[in-house]
Design a protein around this ligand. Structure first.
Ligand SMILES: Cc1cc2nc3c(=O)[nH]c(=O)nc-3n(C[C@H](O)[C@H](O)[C@H](O)COP(=O)(O)OP(=O)(O)OC[C@H]3O[C@@H](n4cnc5c(N)ncnc54)[C@H](O)[C@@H]3O)c2cc1C
Length: 278
């Protein structure tokens, strides 16, 4: 049960969604955009989140786009994880998001919701960071396209009232070799102990991580180490472990030592699969 009352709006255009947000805001109340709404419901039930009004972006055509246009793949923020996988438009992203939650939940969970999640995992951001994705965001009447990386500092930094509309991926990345490996504590479904995504671009491996630190990350230091074929594989892995951007998560999903052990094994698998051994 949710212990507070809130108003639910489902606008059908960009103009309407902004008007609704402004209206709530001008009354001194808190409005929150949602896409799939699963995290809002979960957090509201446990009083981890509060809003006077929920503004659902699912009715906005721009947020439901999933198509190739020109040389880009456009993915609306309200597109569900299952739709991304089923479309097969970007197999790397499809394979990564297919590892999130269970099939039924993935019908609801959206890419916009996952990358803006308050949880530490945000696994769908890993491929997006690796392919230099851009995002279209809207605040008031101001619509802008910026690199995802420029908004990302441990989490996506949107200002209050700013809406993520779309993710834009250059089609030149779509057929590159990739790997997406996730390890959980018990079953196939669960938050990651370690989740690693990697893509090979011009003989250079790009690699991103979730579940290791308190936030998902891509690190140029780590990529330099991984790509230094003059260093023996096990030494490279040890160097990566020494160059993580912050301490390894230590929680109920997995102790620090366990996560470190799993990460080393996953790195070995990635290096072998992507033939980065010598
Ligand atoms: C059973 C289950 C298992 C899960 N397992 C995993 C897992 O293994 N890995 C993982 O990474 N995650 C996992 N999650 C977490 C899940 O991906 C997130 O909770 C995600 O936020 C849910 O997506 P949603 O579309 O329902 O989000 P919503 O509830 O709609 O939104 C989540 C957050 O994003 C913001 N937001 C949503 N859309 C927009 C937008 N267009 N513009 C700006 N802000 C926006 C909202 O304001 C809110 O803060 C799991 C969740 C469940 C329920």
């Amino acid at each position: 049960m949710i212990s507070f009352d809130f108003t639910y709006f489902k606008p059908s255009s960009v103009t309407e969604i902004i008007d609704m947000y402004n209206e709530v805001h001008e009354q001194g109340e808190k409005a929150l955009f949602i896409s799939g709404g699963t995290e809002f419901i979960t957090f509201a039930r446990t009083n981890k989140i509060y809003a006077d009004a929920i503004i659902d972006s699912k009715g906005i055509p721009e947020c439901n786009v999933l198509e190739m246009r020109g040389g880009d793949l456009l993915i609306g923020a309200a597109v569900s994880l299952n739709k991304i996988t089923d479309s097969n438009l970007f197999p790397f992203l499809g394979a990564t998001v297919e590892q999130i939650a269970d099939h039924t939940s993935r019908n609801k969970i959206t890419i916009g919701g996952n990358i803006n999640s308050e949880l530490i995992y945000k696994e769908s951001i890993l491929p997006l960071l690796l392919v230099d994705a851009k995002v279209k965001v809207l605040k008031g009447t101001d619509e802008r396209v910026v690199s995802l990386q420029s908004l990302f500092d441990r989490k996506i930094k949107l200002s209050p009232g700013e809406l993520l509309l779309q993710i834009i991926i250059d089609s030149s990345y779509i057929d590159l070799p990739y790997i997406s490996l996730k390890r959980t504590k018990f079953s196939k479904v669960g938050y990651p102990v370690v989740s690693v995504a990697a893509i090979l671009k011009g003989n250079r491996l790009r690699i991103a991580f979730s579940g290791v630190c308190n936030y998902p990350f891509r690190s140029s230091e780590i990529e330099t180490i991984i790509n230094d074929l003059t260093i023996p594989v096990m030494d490279r892995i040890d160097k990566v472990m020494d160059n993580l951007p912050s301490s390894i998560v230590d929680d109920l999903q997995g102790s620090r030592e366990y996560r470190a052990f799993v990460l080393k094994n996953v790195l070995l698998d990635v290096i072998e699969e992507m033939e980065m051994g010598e």
